[in-house]
Design a binder for this molecule. Sequence first.
Ligand code: KIV
Ligand code: ZN
Length: 512
Amino acid sequence: MNKDKLIIFDTTLRDGEQSPGASMTREEKVRIAKQLEKMRVDVIEAGFAAASNGDFEAVKAVADAIKDSTVCSLARALEKDIARAGEAIKGANSGRIHTFIATSPIHMEKKLRMSPDQVVEQAVKAVRWARQYTDNVEFSPEDAGRSETDFLCRVIEAVIDAGATTINVPDTVGYNLPHVFGALIGTLRERIPNSDKAIFSVHCHNDLGLAVANSLAAVMNGARQVECTINGLGERAGNASLEEVVMAVRTRQDLFLCDTGLDTTQIVPASRMVASITGFAVQPNKAIVGANAFAHESGIHQDGVLKHRETYEIMRAEDVGWTANKMVLGKHSGRNAFKTRLSELGIQLESEEAVNTAFARFKDLADKKHEIFDEDLHALVSDEQSTQEQEHFKLLSLKVCSETGETPHAKVVLAEGGMEREAAADGGGPVDAAFKAIEGIVNSGSELLLYSVNNITSGTDAQGEVTVRVSKGGRIVNGQGADTDIVIASAKAYLHALNKLHSKLERAHPQV
Ligand code: KIV
Ligand code: ZN
């Protein structure tokens, strides 16, 4: 049977980035976008171009770098936002503008302070403005999940007439249940007279843990685009997770009348890259990409899998990219091998000087850790890029003493705007002492919300990747650091976060 194509629209770089602390640099966005392109994702939502100059530059950089996927920018239903989005995607081989306005009674009355008639009028204008830049225009009635069906039909019919080619139905606050949401998509497709002129899409949030179930129910009812994110990253409880949607459709081809064109073996590498760049670790029991997703612990299961794999496995680990860590480089690898591997991984360093610096760091790492894996290279480049950004405070040296029966003590030397400063502190452990010493110099007054360490590869010589999340005056930022010494990785991560707080880069939020 000829199956329909299910379009995968990835919004890790836009909605995913709206998770507090998950902001990404332009270079990081380009790296993730290249991995998504390698996975054959159809549409990459690269950001909200009007949010800030940085966001505009990031969307533009992704649009310029990506050749095979469509690159999209979000824009509110405002002429200036749409112009900015149009400008940012100009260089794309295939570009899309995604414009939205809220349609639920509560959003129209309390947030927009607009009447339903005004909302319809603005939505139509927005689609017409967007069509001046591209024929590929997506429209979302924000908070559709709590909007009145009659009103949704009216808005959607009007925007399709105005030229919208994709209609995305968002469950913005994750309020829906699968049978209700599925039925809504069926009703909209049936009742809207011109519904055959657009592709119906869904965008579900996970507040009740139902984002994937709601998306799949919508697909059963004719939606042919799903908006999702790697690892389910996104506002609050996140968005529908790409890997779960894609593998559910692939695994249950007996039930779905469509399939995606994704290379699913790229899923685990994408998951690892996003976790390492954002610092949002993946829980071990997470479906598809969690470390335990294919691990059979019980004797009965192990025995069954050994006798016949399908007794307990519905998917093959290798089909989603769980291959054993590959040793790619070592102590004796040369600059050329290093550069080639980086480019195979889609990592482009800006200059020969940047390659030299990264190569020197690689050699240092190879001295401490004999086998260097792809994950190590990603961490090394992320670490290098984060030390280059806004480095107001720079770690010059750190010494920690930790001994049984003694109070841990740390002495730190930082450069602050060129001046060398030092401080020492005791702490409950070496990391606590190091953070107290750093705070003794920086005096940030920030609150530490999260501290986590993950090993990048296995073995006691693995690099530890540390994530910290700090908040001050309502701003929340994440910092990452990687090193084979986890106290040093921790200090780097803390300084990365403090540097971000110090830089005070502000951006608008599309939905506020
Ligand atoms: O959740 C939402 O409604 C959104 C829209 C902007 C599509 O992210
Ligand atoms: Zn959203």
